[in-house]
Design a binder for this molecule. Structure first.
Ligand SMILES: C[S@@+](CC[C@H](N)C(=O)[O-])C[C@H]1O[C@@H](n2cnc3c(N)ncnc32)[C@H](O)[C@@H]1O
Length: 389
């Protein structure tokens, strides 16, 4: 979508066609081609295409932006790169809790973070190199009735000193696709590192090596409903600990830091088994979870926890250990068949097993459902039959 097509979409005619495209998509069972064909009876092909694309993106965006998606605007890449609303709201709440009044968003994209900050009452200004994204971010502020300013500018030339906090979410995509090399980020790591010498927050990939996090900067890993979505680096007065795991789930938000981590021993398998959330694992806080359930690790290098006590914790999924089964495939098959297991969930860590392939080889047909954990305990492969509690 170019600037002209987007500008047209915001006109009265464009808005009517977008509304029509939304209805057609619903009627056409989400088939964009069918919707476009119908719209082209009365609209120019490029306008029909722009309207149907936008309506399709809005539907796709509901997963990230909930009901707001139906009023917002997107580009395909802008949507893919945007921070999901729940995560952006958490970040904005942290900024507000740290008495932040003004934020400059250095590479605001379509405005995922910008909108959350504006809604939280922070004066939010955004820049982006891409004029279409700037126009989309501006339209999103207007569509949601939020204050804020956006302009086309190169983030690396912006004077951030008038703002309480500088925020950046560098694009982690090169012409060759997603990039894991921090020097390929735009703006690059050198810009991020310099930014972290002031009060700043930088969203980074969850796989960021701990060694890259500068001293005194807090690294926070955030998961949303069980999936690790991002890490954020907090510097200056915004840094409150070294490592933090924030878990957003059905029952709200919970956070765990390295200060909550007294360490935990390796111990034998107890009556309960815990699978820590991905944010906890990335933050290196598995021992904090183990301590929290009065338990220990199944192995020094494996992110599984065991305990003799059952705890409900937002930081791990809990299971009752039902049985230890033979680790050898033939005997394992026999044991599972004996129990009438037909549907098997396989969890594994620290062992060289491909669950899909193993499931196929086991060839189970019973009526029962079961969860099997394959891991290493005291150096030996171990199979545990567990049940969620
Ligand atoms: C990952 S996206 C930001 C997404 C945004 N936080 C959101 O939630 O919608 C990164 C953005 O940085 C922009 N960008 C990359 N280099 C830039 C630079 N030097 N100056 C300004 N913007 C830049 C890209 O155009 C892209 O829109």
């Amino acid at each position: 979508m170019d600037l002209e097509a987007f500008g047209w979409l915001l006109t009265e005619d464009g808005q009517q066609l977008l509304a029509a495209a939304t209805r057609e998509l619903e009627n056409a069972g989400d088939d964009p081609l069918a919707a476009q064909t119908r719209l082209r009876r009365t609209a120019a092909p490029e306008h029909a295409a722009a309207a149907v694309t936008q309506a399709t993106l809005r539907r796709r965006a509901r997963e990230k932006f909930g009901a707001d998606a139906d009023r917002m605007y997107f580009t395909p890449d802008g949507l893919e790169q945007a921070t999901r609303q729940r995560v952006a709201e958490h970040r904005a709440a942290r900024l507000v809790a740290a008495s932040t009044r003004t934020v400059v968003d250095l590479g605001c994209g379509i405005g995922g973070d910008l909108l959350a900050n504006a809604r939280a009452g922070i004066t939010a200004a955004g820049v982006d190199l891409d004029p279409v994204r700037v126009a989309v971010a501006e339209a999103n502020l207007a569509a949601l009735g939020l204050p804020g300013a956006v302009m086309v500018a190169d983030a690396t030339t912006v004077d951030t000193s008038p703002f309480d906090v500088a925020f950046a979410d560098p694009a982690r995509r090169s012409a060759r696709g997603r990039t894991f090399d921090v020097d390929d980020w735009t703006p690059p790591w050198s810009f991020v590192a310099a930014l972290l010498s002031r009060d700043a927050c930088v969203k980074v990939a969850p796989g960021i090596p701990h060694a890259l996090v500068p001293a005194g900067v807090e690294a926070e890993w955030v998961s949303d409903h069980g999936e690790v979505k991002e890490a954020a680096l907090w510097s200056g007065r915004l840094s409150t600990t070294a490592r933090r795991a924030t878990v957003i789930g059905v029952s709200g938000l919970a956070t765990l830091t390295d200060e909550d981590d007294p360490g935990a021993p390796v111990r034998s398998i107890g009556q309960y088994f815990y699978e820590p959330d991905g944010a906890v694992i990335r933050a290196g806080l598995v021992t904090a979870v183990a301590a929290g359930v009065n338990g220990g690790l199944v192995d020094e290098h494996i992110a599984y926890v065991t305990s003799d006590e059952s705890f409900r914790t937002p930081f791990a999924r809990g299971y009752r250990v039902l049985d230890e089964l033979p680790y050898r495939e033939k005997q394992l098959r026999a044991a599972l068949r004996e129990r009438g297991v037909g549907r098997l969930t396989i969890k594994k860590r620290g062992v060289d097993v491909v669950p899909e392939q193993l499931r196929q080889r086991l060839d189970l047909h019973g009526e029962q459902e079961a969860t099997l954990v394959l891991t290493r305990v005291a150096g030996s492969g171990t199979a545990l039959l567990v049940a969620p509690f």
